[in-house]
Write a protein that binds this ligand. Structure first.
Ligand code: GLN
Length: 470
């Protein structure tokens, strides 16, 4: 079945060229036949079928919402009332959401169909989807490769055609990096553009919900529906939501900046570099002004990101104590033992590593040396980046230094895995919007991503530009 974007699919539904019940059936069959990729942890087959009937009736009588019949998968970190949510972790065994995330409720209100919940790295901590308690997800384009992470399965679901779009979360690149590895579009909005209510917290001052789609149009449409103020999240911005998906104005000539050091870095895969340079040349030909920038603070991005996110994670994950949620150890002798064993048995290795490092970073003796200092550097980076964005309209880079790597390759060495996030964490450290669009493939047929980072709440311009280079 051909699917380019939601507006054309909707036209097909209305004209009778496509049938919604059949579409849902097609996805359910495909999910079943590609089960070995380990994408969905739960499939809501009967509900999806029922909703297809209801939404079809609405389409017939003209009352259908903006996303009528768009079939969506949710990363296992976003709450959907009366459905399981485990954040890829044993610690939430058997836990059922008691409410829906604001973003999810808004999708439902516009008649989207939610087909299931998707595997991910535990609590969003990972770059390969190998850190899930439910086992790794395979990359549909090459099953020996990782799909990226932490929203790896959400990107595979879109690239393998198991649903129209997925909703993931991006704390340091988890929507964009798997999009680059799977050939999809991934959008991380400005911090606060989409409410975090119902998104399980990893690092609250970085976390963002974001769509993974086949087209920039769909990403814009989903943003339009999910964005906006929310009384349940005081960090959700009350700025008006623009019509992101009406790409009326022709994109003007833009000023585009890139960091020279980033492209010169020896860790950059040569084919990724070539594809990025080719793209920059093309942008020049299209009349954009392309400038090389100097950003000596580039090397601090990863240390700042990991110092602060681990600190925040250690605090956020304190709530999983074996008493209030999910998993509880079977043999505890006293209260202390109950906490210790439940957490020890419930969390995976990577999550424990981060909780311990984060606790150390926040400990009285080291707080100033690590936490305070990282906050200061974060402020410097924010200010510098804002300054760059006065000189240029967008900052561009490869989304990742390499294409999808082999399964198992980086599981032994945590540092190596952290390095995969070097280009994506910038947007999260600075709280800015960024989108990854496909940018060709290497000799093995693995896709590259091209990342465009824009001004705070500049999603309209950002998406317009992304669409022009899609
Ligand atoms: N890979 C990064 C990390 O492990 C980003 C994860 C994310 O964005 N959730 O923290």
């Amino acid at each position: 079945m051909q699917y380019s974007d939601y507006p054309s699919f909707r036209n097909q539904l209305i004209s009778g060229q496509s049938d919604l019940a059949e579409t849902v059936e097609h996805f359910l069959e495909r999910i079943e036949s590609l089960k070995h990729l380990n994408v969905f942890l739960d499939v809501y087959a009967d509900e999806a079928r029922q909703r297809a009937q209801q939404v079809s009736a609405k389409l017939r009588n003209g009352t259908a919402g903006k996303l009528a019949g768009m079939v969506i998968g949710l990363k296992d970190i976003i709450a959907y009332k009366d459905h399981g949510i485990q954040c890829g972790s044993r610690i939430l065994d058997g836990f059922i959401s008691q409410f829906s995330a604001t973003a999810v409720q808004r999708l439902l209100d516009e008649d989207a169909i939610i087909i299931g919940r998707q595997n991910c790295d535990e609590f969003g901590m990972g770059s390969s989807n190998e850190k899930s308690a439910f086992g790794p997800t395979l990359n549909y384009l090459n099953e020996k490769k990782v799909p990226g992470g932490s929203s790896g399965a959400s990107a595979v679901a879109v690239s393998a055609g198991l649903c129209h779009a997925s909703i993931g979360s991006d704390t340091g690149g988890s929507v964009r990096q798997p999009s680059a590895f799977c050939g999809t579009v991934g959008l991380k909005p400005t911090y606060g553009r989409i409410s975090r209510w119902g998104l399980a917290a990893y690092a609250s001052s970085f976390d963002c919900i974001g769509p993974i789609t086949r087209s920039v149009t769909d990403a814009a449409l989903l943003l339009e529906v999910m964005a906006g103020k929310d009384e349940y999240d005081s960090t959700a911005a009350s700025l008006p939501v623009e019509a992101y998906a009406s790409f009326a104005e022709a994109p003007r000539a833009s000023r585009i900046g890139y960091f020279k050091d980033a492209l010169d870095s020896p860790g950059l895969d040569p084919e990724v570099r070539d594809a990025t340079l080719a793209r920059l040349e093309e942008l020049k030909k299209q009349g954009h002004q392309v400038t090389a920038l100097n950003f000596p603070e580039l090397k601090y991005l990863l240390p700042v990101y990991y110092t602060l996110t681990m600190a925040e994670a250690s605090s956020n994950l304190a709530r999983y104590d074996g008493i209030r949620y999910g998993y509880r150890t079977a043999d505890a002798r006293n209260l202390d033992d109950l906490y210790r064993k439940s957490r020890g048995e419930g969390f995976g290795k990577e999550v424990k590593r981060r909780i311990m490092l984060g606790t150390f970073i926040l400990s009285a003796d080291y707080y100033d040396a690590y936490y305070t200092r990282a906050q200061r550097v974060r402020t410097v980076i924010m200010k510098k980046t804002a300054k760059f964005l006065e000189e240029v309209d967008f900052l561009v880079s490869p989304t990742t230094p390499t294409p999808a790597f082999d399964l198992g390759k980086k599981t032994q060495n945590a540092m190596e895995s952290y390095l995969a996030d070097v280009f994506t964490v910038h947007a999260n450290v600075a709280g800015l919007p960024a989108v990854s669009v496909p940018n060709g493939k290497n000799r093995e047929g693995l896709p590259f991503g091209f990342q465009v980072l824009g001004r705070a709440f500049g999603e309209k311009d950002l998406l317009n530009f992304a669409k022009s280079i899609e």
